[in-house]
Design a protein around this ligand. Structure first.
Ligand code: ADP
Length: 255
């Protein structure tokens, strides 16, 4: 280690020549460390719900004569199973987005109908919080994009806009055509994100409030999927937020 860099030094010599080779391993080390952190995080994320499930099932085994108590512990275990299912699904999406041979599959989609279907798939969670979703997209707008990726992006953004909203709040999805790109925004009237946390929210497993995210079934991977999928579509993502007032995520995609 020289300063903050990792260098491999190889020395070779024969009768009349000497060779000194310096190889900068800093980038490789950085990825190695990121991978180690990621595996440690995944293991922790899986261990916590498993321990909770085990406890629920053990209690169920002992208390199974009482139907009401049994139901309570089945519900708890089921919640964790659903969380683990979502975590595995998110990990599969991330590894697909990161795979070397990954290719985008562009096709034209009717954007308004696509968002309306997504909103209807999320209506149960929206209703449970009494959140209204407004879709402000002109009729017949078509965008050429990868359907799987735009689905992952929009599902995570709208899902978060509902989850981190206030009871009776609002979510607005809008579409704007700019000169060289399109702007898709998802705005909410929710709890907002403190300024100091904004630079980190796209990192894997980063949550502003761990317990709130967990309670809402969040895996901490949603926004990292949004960022990676947007980049794969040669776009960018921006966020504006005010604590206690709400948040706007904006996606810019090339036309
Ligand atoms: P999670 O599964 O925890 O929702 P995400 O990667 O989707 O993970 O988001 C990371 C964190 O960013 C969340 O835990 C939450 O603290 C914050 N966040 C994301 N979207 C919003 C939003 N619309 N309003 C407020 N906070 C948000």
């Amino acid at each position: 280690k020289i300063g903050d860099r990792y260098v491999q030094i190889i020395f070779g010599s024969d009768m009349d020549e000497k060779v000194l080779l310096l190889i900068d391993l800093t980038t490789m080390k950085k990825y190695e460390n990121l991978k180690k952190d990621f595996i440690a995080n995944v293991s922790h994320e899986l261990k916590t719900p498993l321990a909770a499930m085990k406890l629920s099932l053990e209690t169920l085994e002992e208390e199974c004569k009482d139907r009401e108590i049994a139901q309570k512990f089945v519900n708890k275990a089921m919640e964790r199973v659903k969380y683990m299912e979502q975590l595995i699904e998110d990990l599969i999406t991330l590894s697909m987005l990161e795979s070397v041979g990954f290719q985008v599959n562009l096709k034209e989609i009717q954007f308004k109908a696509f968002i309306q279907k997504l909103v209807s798939d999320l209506s149960e969670i929206a209703q449970s919080k009494n959140v209204k979703i407004e879709v402000d997209i002109p009729e017949n707008v078509k965008i050429k994009t990868d359907e799987k990726m735009i689905h992952a992006i929009m599902k995570n953004l709208i899902d978060n806009a509902i989850k981190y909203n206030k009871e009776g709040g609002k979510v607005t999805v809008t579409f704007k055509e700019l000169k060289n790109e399109v702007e898709i925004s998802v705005c909410d009237t929710g709890i907002g994100i403190p300024k100091s946390h904004i630079p980190f929210i796209f990192e894997r497993f980063y949550r502003v409030e761990r317990s709130r995210s967990r309670k809402l079934g969040g895996t901490g991977l949603g926004l990292s999927i949004v960022k990676l999928a947007t980049e794969r579509l040669n776009g960018k993502v921006e966020v504006e937020s005010e604590e206690g007032k709400g948040t706007c995520f904006k996606i810019y995609l090339p036309k």
